[in-house]
Design a protein around this ligand. Structure first.
Ligand SMILES: [Zn+2]
Length: 263
C-alpha cells in the first residue's frame, strides 16, 4: 500500500513530464473508458490529494483523470521506445506525448470526471498531511472523535487525516512508544504524534528511498516495519507482527513488545 509521500512523488513526476504537452496517444484500458480518446488534449496539472492522483486535462472540455494506486499500482514514465518494466496486461492508462509515455499499471481507480466535479472525489478525505490545506486542529478533532478506536486503525483512516499507510503507522507508533492497539484517548500526546507524522512524510517526499530512521542503508531504514523477528534497534527484543483492525480491512501491524507495551 503506497504511502502519501509516494503518491505525492508520483504526482510531481507526472506533472513535470506531461504538463503543457499535447497528448499524442491516450489509451484507457478499463471498460468504462474504453472508447475515450483525449488525443490533442493537454494535461495542465497533476497533483495529489491524500493518496489520490488528479490529472487535469483540457480537451473538448475540462476533464480530471482520477487514479489511485491502491495496493499494487504504480505510474511509470518512459522515453521513446523504452521497454515497459511491468507486463503490458497490467497497464490501465497510457498517456503519450511527443517522445514520452506515462503508463499507469494496476491502478485501483481509473475514472474521468468533469473538472467541476473534481472536489467530490476527495471530499471524504481528512486534512492532507502533505497538502496545502493541512489543518492540524481538524485532523486531531477527527482522530479523537472515536476515543476507543485503536490508534493504528485511526491513523490509517483517510477520513481522519490523509497520507498514512501501513508503514508510517508502524513507524509512528514505535517512535511514540505506543502499541498500535492503544485506544486513541490513551495516547499521551496525540498532537506530537500527528506532527511527527507530517515530518516523516515531508522528509521522504523528495527522496526515492523512504527512511524513518534517517539511515538509508538497506535493512536500516525502518524501526519496526517489516522487521518482524529482528531485534528492536533500541532494546533488542524481537519485533512482533499481527493483523489488526476489522476483518475486511485488517492490516499488518509491527511493534516492539518492550518499547510499546500493550495497555
Ligand atoms: Zn524495543
Amino acid at each position: 500500500m503506497p504511502e502519501g509521500d509516494t503518491v505525492h512523488r508520483a504526482a510531481a513526476a507526472l506533472d513535470r513530464a506531461l504538463t503543457g504537452h499535447t497528448l499524442t496517444l491516450t489509451d484507457f484500458r478499463v471498460p468504462s473508458l474504453a472508447t475515450v480518446d483525449l488525443r490533442g488534449g493537454m494535461p495542465i496539472r497533476t497533483l495529489a490529494r491524500g493518496k489520490h492522483l488528479l490529472t487535469r486535462i483540457d480537451h473538448d472540455q475540462a476533464w480530471t483523470l482520477h487514479t489511485h494506486l491502491k495496493m499494487e499500482g504504480s505510474w511509470h514514465l518512459y522515453a521513446g521506445t523504452d521497454r515497459w518494466r511491468r507486463p503490458a496486461d497490467q497497464a490501465r492508462v497510457v498517456l503519450g506525448i511527443d517522445g514520452r509515455t506515462a503508463v499507469g499499471f494496476s491502478l485501483g481507480i481509473v475514472e474521468l470526471v468533469p473538472r467541476h466535479a473534481e472536489g467530490d472525489l476527495t471530499a471524504h478525505l481528512g486534512p492532507d498531511l502533505l497538502g496545502p490545506d493541512w489543518d492540524e486542529a481538524k485532523a486531531l478533532e477527527r482522530l479523537s472523535a472515536v476515543p476507543d478506536r485503536p490508534v493504528g486503525e485511526a491513523l490509517l483512516d483517510q477520513s481522519n487525516l490523509a497520507g498514512i499507510g501501513n508503514m508510517y503507522m508502524a513507524e509512528l507508533c514505535f517512535t511514540s512508544g505506543i502499541h498500535p492497539t492503544t485506544p486513541v484517548t490513551d495516547v499521551p500526546d496525540l498532537p506530537r504524534l500527528v506532527r511527527r507524522a507530517r515530518l516523516m512524510l515531508e522528509a521522504n517526499k523528495a527522496r526515492a528511498i523512504q527512511s524513518t530512521t534517517g539511515d538509508l542503508r538497506p535493512r536500516e531504514r525502518m524501526w519496526v516495519y517489516r522487521r518482524d523477528t529482528s531485534p528492536c534497534r533500541r532494546c533488542g527484543t524481537a519485533i512482533q507482527v499481527a493483523m489488526v483492525g476489522p476483518l475486511e480491512r485488517a492490516r499488518a501491524a509491527y511493534w516492539c513488545p518492550s518499547c510499546q507495551p500493550a495497555r
